[in-house]
Design a protein around this ligand. Structure first.
Ligand code: DGL
Length: 270
């Protein structure tokens, strides 16, 4: 069988991973992609490591059942808590969202600049970004969990002037702004939807979308392993919640309709 023709699998707890999908489809328009959003069980970021791992392995087995050739874990929470377990379960090439974003941030900040990491509670608690940034020689790291950003991005998509979103951002980012970070990693893949609001509170910082950066790493991996394919660029979506709701919310999230079928996945059975 020609493995190059198999699809790339992407999963997230919800819609945030669409930031990675959009970038991968842009970089590799010939790749077939299957996307799974676990919208029925979001958020992952407030849950314990054991539950996050259980969900991540179910998501992995679901994508395996669709015959994917590689997996992009487009969820900061899973990437920071159990990426190795996803790799072991699948036996496939796996990319998470941490390495590429940390590499870009370390380059921008240099040895003396500060990097801020914004993520879910589970991502910040894992310390995964700090470890990778320190490994890259970046010593000045401030991290902040921003749990309320997820429901804001998933269901509301506030503009930069939205009063409620700005009040939440002030609470989370006031302290971060004092550290004057050169680079800010949006370590949860939902956060780019709030870039306008976040940038207002951190005006001098460069924002890095961890989802978008991970697509470049997946591209490099597929090319390196001889797995880059000519599938035709077909994209299929699966959700653990209602497919029509996913289609509606995904269109709002991406700012355009999604092309391709949306199907229901009975994720608890995997
Ligand atoms: N997109 C997921 C992440 O990057 C976050 C949302 C969540 O499930 O809490 O962590």
């Amino acid at each position: 069988m020609d493995r190059r023709k198999l699809p790339v699998g992407i999963f997230d707890s919800g819609l945030g991973g669409l930031t990675a999908l959009a970038e991968l489809a842009r970089l590799m328009p010939e790749e077939d992609i299957v996307y799974f959003g676990d919208n029925a069980r979001i958020p992952y970021g407030t849950k314990s490591p054991g539950i996050i791992k259980k969900f991540a392995l179910q998501d992995t087995r679901f994508l395996l059942s669709l015959g994917v050739k590689a997996i992009l874990v487009a969820c900061g929470t899973v990437s920071s808590n159990c990426l190795a377990e996803v790799g072991a379960e699948s036996g496939l090439p796996v990319v998470g969202v941490i390495n590429a974003a940390a590499k870009k941030a370390a380059k921008i900040a240099g040895a003396n600049g500060t990097v801020a990491v914004l993520g879910t509670a589970a991502t910040v608690r894992s310390g995964a970004y700090e470890r990778e940034l320190k490994r890259l020689g970046c010593e000045n790291v401030v991290s902040r969990a921003c749990p309320m950003f997820v429901p804001l991005a998933e269901s509301w998509h506030p503009t930069a002037d939205d009063a409620a979103a700005n009040a939440v951002a002030e609470e989370y980012l006031g302290g971060v702004a004092k550290a004057a970070p050169a680079a800010v990693i949006l370590g949860c893949t939902h956060y780019p939807l709030l870039s306008g609001v976040i940038q207002k509170h951190l005006p001098g910082s460069e924002l890095i979308s961890s989802g978008s950066e991970s697509a470049g790493e997946m591209r490099a991996l597929l090319l390196e392993r001889g797995l880059a394919g000519a599938g035709g660029g077909k994209i299929r979506f699966y959700t653990s919640d209602d497919p029509e709701l996913f289609r509606e919310n995904a269109a709002r999230f991406l700012g355009r309709d999604i092309a391709g079928p949306v199907m229901k996945a009975d994720i608890e059975t995997y």
